[in-house]
Design a protein around this ligand. Structure first.
Ligand SMILES: [Zn+2]
Length: 478
């Protein structure tokens, strides 16, 4: 073959692969293949996507994120950011593949499917198909319950590596993958998030950990550890489970393991863990994150992937729309200038959130009447009643210049009501209701200020490779 013909042949191959990018195969994509899919989608839909990396794994693989939205370079006021993260455990890769299919679905249906069009017009959706690309590379297809590839290349379980609200910093050094995600969510105010795992079929929500002074048997048998946003989390988890083909049935993956009523569970009620990502998102990033366990087998054979996509597709799409609930708004001064870094808190739900540089805030809430407590340096504090309807209620807030002495935001003990102290066995009888829980919330707080005040720092990326420090106690579930 002459070199001219060879060049022609090669360029037609390249052309062909670009055209065929729309059809993501139902197979497991190794890292270079996954990267190619993302790049091709990005090339095909430059007006709808932005491909970026938030850092690198221990072995230097990019932690890719695809932003999908109409006009990704444009950030209209109050357009919320949401995220999906998959494959945090390298040997649980179903979510990784579903994320690629989700990207293709969103992009190819924009303009024809009214829900998808609405979603992308009004939402900034960030998708990280793999948080643990190194672990995936050593995991084995068909391995349903092992741990090979669960940790990163330092053999650290990333879902035990975040600072913990109840227990403090992780004992293992913060891994590059964990650090990258922490920096990412510090930089972007995410409102809602889902984290895909495998090894069970359930939607799990915070808290995953329990207070250090809980009775010892609570850690052993599992006991609910309720957040003050429990109603919202239960709703979010049910949106996923009831839109899934069969998660809501409460399928038991293993003989003898108890079913999950409605296919949902409080994290700690299943089993408690320290250093998980969903608690971190909720406490430190003002982001409502739940954990989605979507396959009984951690790494099922690839021929089953079409079924997983069919089973999860509606749930994945519906959950994204849940960000469009609750109260949003902008905090401004009397001259109409936005106030950044103001603290907004829903009374009785003492994990506050901070306004962005443009004074924006978002909070997912169920319909009802609430009181917003707003504080900012140099301004009088304000309490505002707000009636939240089914969709989004916009509540803009104007603060007046300080007339009295400024007080730092309160660090009072949270006023969370209802502390019946009951035993774990009583709780088992409470069925799907999570009323009457162990009062986790009273037993605060290691870092109340950081917990309430979300730091919005400008940041320099500095990913250091950490020495190996394997975790000893793997929990083999999701
Ligand atoms: Zn997992």
């Amino acid at each position: 073959m002459s070199s001219a013909i060879a060049t022609l042949f090669l360029s037609s191959l390249v052309l062909f692969s670009v055209v065929s990018a729309l059809e993501v195969d139902f197979t497991y994509h190794r890292f270079p293949q996954m990267t190619n899919v993302l790049r091709q989608l990005n090339r095909e839909y430059p007006e709808m996507t932005k491909l970026y990396s938030v850092g690198k794994s221990v072995q230097g693989r990019d932690l890719w994120v695809m932003l999908v939205t109409r006009d990704p370079d444009d950030e209209p006021l109050l357009k919320p950011n949401i995220k999906y993260i998959a494959n945090m455990h390298g040997n649980e890769p179903v979510g990784r593949e579903l994320m690629l299919h989700l990207l293709q679905h969103l992009l190819s249906n924009y303009g024809s499917d009214s829900y998808v069009t609405w979603l992308l017009d009004n939402t900034r959706i960030h998708i990280m198909p793999s948080m643990n690309p190194d672990g995936f590379e050593v995991a084995q297809e068909g391995e349903c319950s092992g741990v090979q590839g669960r940790g990163n290349a330092n053999n650290v379980d990333l879902n035990r590596n975040f600072p913990d609200y109840f227990a403090g910093p992780s004992k293992a050094p913060t891994q590059p993958e964990t650090r990258a995600v922490m920096d990412w969510i510090k930089k972007t105010q995410f409102v809602l998030s889902g984290n895909f795992h495998g090894g069970a079929l359930v939607a799990s929500y915070p808290f995953d950990n329990i207070p250090a002074n809980s009775p010892r048997n609570f850690r052993i048998v599992g006991s609910p550890s309720q957040t003050p946003d429990d109603d919202v989390f239960r709703h979010l988890a049910e949106v996923y489970s009831f839109n899934h083909k069969n998660m809501y049935v409460g399928v038991t993956c293993r003989d003898g393991s108890p079913p999950f009523p409605n296919g949902t569970t409080n994290g700690a009620a299943w089993y408690s863990l320290i250093g998980g990502m969903q608690d971190y998102n909720y406490v430190w990033a003002s982001c409502m994150e739940i954990t989605l366990e979507i396959s009984c087998c951690k790494y099922p054979r690839h021929h089953l992937l079409p079924q997983f996509w069919t089973d999860n597709k509606n749930a994945i799409l519906q959950y994204l729309g849940e960000v469009h609930r609750g109260v949003w708004g902008q905090v401004k001064d009397s001259n109409n200038n936005p106030i950044s870094n103001a603290t907004v808190k829903v009374m009785g739900r003492d994990f506050g959130f901070k306004t962005t540089d443009r004074g924006e805030y978002w909070r997912v809430l169920r319909p009802g009447t609430y009181t917003l407590q707003v504080e900012a340096r140099g301004y009088d504090s304000l309490e505002i009643p707000v009636k939240v309807t089914k969709g989004v209620t916009i509540q803009n807030i104007t603060l007046n210049p300080q007339t009295g002495t400024y007080h730092e935001p309160h660090n009072e003990q949270p006023a969370y009501q209802g502390y019946p102290s009951i035993s774990p066995s009583q709780q088992e009888n409470s069925g799907t209701s999570l009323r009457g829980l162990w009062p986790t919330y009273r037993n605060l707080l290691k870092q109340p200020k950081e917990a309430v005040i979300f730091p919005r720092l400008s940041y320099g990326v500095n990913y250091r490779q950490q020495p190996s420090h394997p975790l000893l106690n793997y929990n083999i579930h999701g």
